[in-house]
Write a protein that binds this ligand. Structure first.
Ligand SMILES: *Cc1c(COP(=O)(O)O)cnc(C)c1O
Length: 379
């Protein structure tokens, strides 16, 4: 019997997305502004709290870019970026003509190592005579970083923090939504993220003034005149009212999606509990509350099973999986960027695997995946 392929993480339209899209068509709001955009931004603000303002944008990458624009990052500046991440965390640094400086992870959350961060800041000051202009920690696979410690270092050196919470939508640290600790936070609504707008993102801003500036840059930096007047370079980064309609619908099922990702984590943990060679990545203690956007495992290298072998094995059984992210300091495109490494991210990449985790993954799928992994490592 032909079985449906189980995918890593797939968007699932299960709320009233269609109703909001229909409203946009019926009222002819098919432009990058309108009632859905406004309502979606208010929904997001209600979720993040802390008097933050949220601006909906064309992508998470655009959100990181505009955070850096708002902070005045420019040619010659250095920006510290978590090395263990997706390239979109670092690319906007280069868009601004600045240089990314990569910092490795600690082994507990797999996110930016606060001690190595401080070492990197000191060393950059010693080597360049200037402080890095911003710090971009990441919530990899949804797991909160050691953000209290990162913020403590950032405050001590008075360096702004842009939290790349693209993968951490709905995750919390000490019961506070990630993306609200630093100066700016990022959301992504790409098709494979926690919720989707087909493609989209948002910038969590500290106040009304920065939200207004963000909107200004996102709409081609048009000065408020009856004719076109430009004093600065702008971008076309606003979210479409159609996409925002999908986002509004997705927000109505967010809690169900979060519950399902966490439920799948429980299943993987339970089924693999007695398999010593496989470690499921879980919240290290009660401060951490991951959304488990992607459930991930480490495979003990003494088994002789590499992540690529596991990926091929699962693939042959109709299951999609993927290696953990290949750190930025190992990417050819960033070969000349300064990097402060401790071996953690390279070890994670060499031994880790992302497992199917989205709303389309059933309990039976999870049990089958765990059974296949168990067989593989005990061969
Ligand atoms: C997806 C992602 C982004 C970029 O978001 P897009 O909406 O796809 O542009 C940035 N950082 C991380 C860590 C991501 O996973």
């Amino acid at each position: 019997m032909e079985q449906k392929r189980v995918l890593l993480c797939l968007a699932h339209m299960s709320g009233n997305e269609m109703q909001y899209i229909q409203e946009a068509f019926d009222t002819n709001w098919v432009v990058p502004l309108g009632p859905n955009v406004n309502a979606f931004e208010r929904d997001l603000e209600a979720m993040v709290g802390h008097d933050k303002r949220v601006v909906a944008l064309a992508s998470g990458t655009a959100a990181i870019h505009l955070a850096l624009v708002n902070l005045g990052i420019k040619r010659g500046d250095e920006v510290i970026v978590q090395s263990m991440t997706f390239s979109a965390s670092a690319n906007p640094v280069v868009y601004q003509g600045a240089t990314p400086v990569f910092v490795d992870s600690e082994p507990v959350t797999w996110n930016m190592d606060p001690e190595l961060l401080e070492h990197a800041i000191k060393d950059r000051i010693a080597k360049t005579g200037r402080k890095p202009r911003a710090i971009i920690p990441v919530y990899l696979y949804g797991m909160p970083a050691m953000i209290d410690d990162i913020m403590e270092v950032a405050r001590r050196y008075d360096i702004p923090v842009v939290e790349d919470s693209a993968e951490g939508f709905g995750s919390r640290y000490r019961d506070q939504v990630v993306g609200t600790f630093g100066d700016y936070g990022i959301m992504s609504f790409n098709g494979n993220k926690m919720i989707t707008t087909s493609g989209g993102g948002a910038l969590i801003c500290p106040d009304e003034e920065t939200a207004r500036r963000t909107m200004f840059y996102a709409t081609q930096a048009r000065e408020p005149f009856p004719y076109y007047l430009h004093r600065e370079i702008g971008y076309n980064y606003r979210m479409s009212n159609i996409c925002a309609g999908i986002g509004r619908g997705q927000m109505t099922v967010l809690d169900e999606h979060l519950a399902h990702h966490r439920h799948l984590c429980d299943l993987y943990v339970d089924d693999l509990r007695d398999v010593d060679a496989i470690t499921v990545h879980v919240n290290p203690d009660e401060r951490f509350d991951s959304n488990y956007w992607l459930n991930t495992i480490l495979i003990d290298p003494s088994t002789g099973v590499t992540p690529e072998q596991a990926r091929q094995y699962l693939d042959a059984h109709g299951i999609e999986s993927r290696a953990l992210w290949n750190p930025m300091h190992c990417q050819p495109v960033f070969a000349s960027a300064p990097a402060y490494v401790n071996g953690v991210s390279e070890r994670l990449f060499a031994t880790g695997l992302c497992l199917p985790s989205g709303p389309c993954v059933s309990d039976d799928d999870a049990h089958r995946i765990a059974a296949l992994l168990r067989d593989l490592v005990s061969k």
